[in-house]
Design a protein around this ligand. Structure first.
Ligand code: ATP
Ligand code: MG
Length: 234
């Protein structure tokens, strides 16, 4: 079996005395897209913070690309191979669109080609290079964030609720971009979502988080939407 891009074994973590995640185990193989779904406050963002090392697990292990990173600080977890798009992420309002994009580059080598590849996904970015990023619309800012995350050519991408507040056509575009990047470069994605349609249109597997525990999961297939909705309803 191929080495997992991401593996969590029995991870328990939280804030101070309060444990939010309980005994969470999951595995993502290279090129897979897993969506983690759950209602507000169930621990979805806490899961990503724990994977990134902003929150040390109380119990369990985290492996990224075969390496045990459980005790490593965020900056030593995976070099530049992991890209994390937090829920409350903002762009640099006073920098231009082009400057914001360049912050996503890991080196100057191949920069022009990388910018070209990513701006092809969101063509408006190429025309707005000199515009202050803070003057982009909310949806455009989300696309800039996604473009910046992809520019570093990550092998593993963690995305926290990117679809919030986006119009349907932009959501469709994002789904297409993520699927394409996965297929073309064996990018592995863990995507946190509340938009079930979007999540199931990109992911090949899902997991449902209820009060910090994974209560259901499996392949995305016809019929799973109703099943997941039942979990989200209670
Ligand atoms: N820094 C913190 N200190 C203490 N408790 C926290 C902290 N951050 C989150 N929590 C608590 O942990 C629980 C899970 O929060 P988390 O942000 O992981 O939920 P979520 O599933 O991402 O929710 P949402 O869908 O609203 O983003 C919540 O009860 C929250 O209040
Ligand atoms: Mg959250």
């Amino acid at each position: 079996m191929a080495e997992a891009a991401l593996r969590l074994d029995g991870v328990t973590s939280g804030y101070g005395e309060a444990m939010v995640l309980r005994d969470v185990s999951l595995t993502l193989l290279p090129g897979e897209i897993l969506t983690v779904l759950g209602k507000n406050g169930m621990g979805k963002s806490t899961l990503l913070k724990t994977i990134m090392g902003f929150l040390p697990p109380r119990e369990g292990r985290v492996h990224i690309h075969g390496r045990d990173v459980t005790r490593l600080p965020p900056h030593r977890r995976a070099g530049g191979s992991v890209s994390y798009s937090p829920q409350d992420q903002a762009i640099f309002q006073d920098l231009t669109v082009g400057e914001n994009l360049r912050l996503g580059l890991r080196s100057d080598r191949g920069a022009a080609a990388a910018v070209e590849r990513v701006t092809a996904f969101f063509p408006f970015l190429a025309q707005r290079g000199r515009q202050p990023a803070g003057t982009l619309s909310g949806g455009e800012q989300k696309m800039l964030i996604m473009a910046r995350a992809l520019l570093s050519n990550p092998r593993l991408l963690l995305i926290d609720e990117i679809s919030e507040g986006l119009q349907p056509s932009v959501i469709l575009r994002l789904a297409e971009v993520l699927r394409r990047e996965c297929a073309a470069r064996e990018l592995t994605i863990l995507i946190i979502e509340q938009n079930l349609r979007f999540a199931l249109s990109v992911a090949s597997r899902y997991a449902v988080l209820v009060r910090g525990e994974i209560v259901d999961g499996g392949r995305v297939a016809p019929g799973v939407e109703a099943r997941i909705q039942d979990h989200l309803a209670v």
